[in-house]
Design a protein around this ligand. Structure first.
Ligand code: EPZ
Length: 451
């Protein structure tokens, strides 16, 4: 096996304080938006994670000068010399992330053509891009699929359109936003995703000069403008990372304060956390005043002792329970008394990681049926997308191989919660979305080491 392995001596509650920075799933999109401006953009609080490096590399290839600002985590993007890159250069990034698909609209506006490499990202289902391509064609783009990637052009420019998504896809909504802002005329997008990261992307685009109205019932209306300028933006904090550490605190019977965590974006998670039996306390940020240094906001999560409760939950689009919160929380659910039910309705294959938890002593069965209250798209399509978790189970150490980003973090939590020494292989994948996770583990008193 690989030498990319972390040795985890489990059984110690995580205790302490860590900080989360800008949300991975906003920061990467805001970086793409910088391509649309005719002057430099400035983004604060950018985490040092692999996905950011991939987008930085792709921007660089297209002539955007990316430099580090004076603040830690500050990036400056200068799009004065946007230019084409060769397919060979772009293909170096093939398979590394799903963000490149969002370069379509901005590159079509800036250059009239675009080449998009084969996408990567986590293997949690087929993850098609049909909504993206359908939307781009509606705007007037020509899409040519070749074995090496996608070639797009817009010989007659891009025009606003009325379009309804078959499902409120986050990426496809972002695709429409990044394309519509500079398309000629008005775009009306129905059945749009409205995740906080999307609203924050709308804030970024609005700062650049875009006109975007978010109506009720998932309708977004965009009035195209001929030009946009740069932005200065501090992103919303990473609510997936915050919830991951919260789940780790619960599963290890610990106590973790997550500085930067934002209550408003995590309400659904907090309700479930409390129902399971976890405790939390929100600290509001206070600006510094004369004689008082001010206070950073965050949320403290802890296991209050005693037993946890089983719960039934369904993952869903916002404001539902995020699919990315699911895997970390399930580890804590293995410690709850009774039968918990998890119905995954966003991705059809996001429960495969439960096998690894079972190898550690968990008792999780997965089913093809929709076990939540609501039948979902996957009910009749033969995907094992519901789980029943019987607990509490004593977890024991095991050798684990990380399959994808969020499941990887759940493996890590399981190893931390288990008695004994586990070896977790493929941990570098966690660097795609969790900044400095090894340093944070050390700050929380985890006994982990590289062999
Ligand atoms: C984003 O992925 C996030 N990634 C995911 O986080 C997150 O799980 C997901 O949104 C849902 O919140 C980024 O922001 C980079 P979708 P995205 O389009 O945009 C189907 C993480 O770990 N679909 O909302 O790719 C799709 O198959 C990652 O940080 C189509 O059928 O997700 C899925 O079942 C993992 N056709 C559903 O929609 C399409 O063209 C939702 O996907 C597009 C999507």
């Amino acid at each position: 096996m690989t030498d990319d392995v972390l040795v985890v001596h489990g059984g110690t509650p995580l205790q302490g304080r860590i900080r989360v920075r800008g949300a991975k799933n906003l920061v990467s999109k805001a970086m793409v938006a910088a391509l649309l401006g005719d002057s430099p953009s400035r983004l604060f609080d950018v985490p040092k994670i692999r996905d950011v490096e991939v987008v930085r590399g792709l921007l660089g290839l297209h002539g955007v000068k990316v430099t580090d600002g004076d603040d830690d985590g500050e990036l400056i993007f200068d799009p004065a010399n946007v230019e084409s890159a060769s397919t060979d250069q772009i293909n170096v990034h093939a398979g590394s992330s799903r963000i490149p698909i969002l370069f379509c609209g901005p590159l079509l506006h800036r250059l009239g053509h675009a080449f998009i490499p084969d996408l990567g990202g986590c293997h949690i289902g087929p993850r098609p891009i049909d909504f993206h391509l359908q939307a781009l064609r509606e705007f007037g783009a020509t899409v040519d699929k070749t074995p090496e990637g996608l070639h797009l052009s817009a010989p007659n420019g891009l025009r606003g359109t009325k379009f309804a998504l078959p499902y409120p896809s986050v990426g496809a909504t972002e695709q429409v936003l990044l394309t519509a802002v500079m398309a000629e005329g008005v775009t009306e997008l129905r059945n749009a995703a409205v995740e906080p990261e999307i609203i924050d992307l709308i804030c970024v685009l609005q700062k650049m000069g875009a006109i975007i109205k978010v109506h009720t019932d998932r309708v977004i209306e965009i009035q195209g403008v001929p030009k946009l300028h740069g932005y200065t933006h501090r992103p919303i904090p990473d609510r997936i990372e915050a919830a991951s550490w919260a789940a780790a605190a619960l599963a290890t019977r610990g106590h973790v304060e997550v500085l930067g965590a934002e209550q408003a974006d995590m309400m659904t998670f907090l309700n479930v956390f409390r129902s399971v039996g976890g405790e939390y306390e929100v600290t509001d940020a206070r600006p510094p005043k004369l004689g008082h240094p001010g206070q950073e906001g965050g949320i403290r999560f802890w296991h209050p002792g005693g037993e946890l409760n089983a719960v039934a939950l369904e993952t869903d689009v916002h404001p539902g329970f995020m699919t990315d919160w699911q895997q970390p929380l399930v580890v804590a659910l293995t410690q709850a008394r009774g039968l918990s039910i998890v119905h995954e309705t966003v991705y059809e294959q996001r429960l495969g990681y439960t096998e690894a938890l079972n190898s550690m002593g968990a008792n999780i069965q997965v089913y093809r049926d929709c076990l939540g209250g609501t039948p979902c798209r996957f009910g009749r399509r033969n995907f094992k997308h519901s789980a029943v978790i019987a607990g509490p189970s004593k977890l024991h150490a095991a050798d684990l191989v990380i399959p994808d980003l969020r499941a990887g973090f759940s493996h890590l939590i399981a190893a931390l919660a288990a008695e004994g020494t586990s070896r977790v292989y493929g941990v570098d994948l966690i660097n795609r979305g969790y900044e400095d996770f090894e340093a944070k583990l050390a700050d929380l008193g985890a006994h982990v080491e590289r062999p």
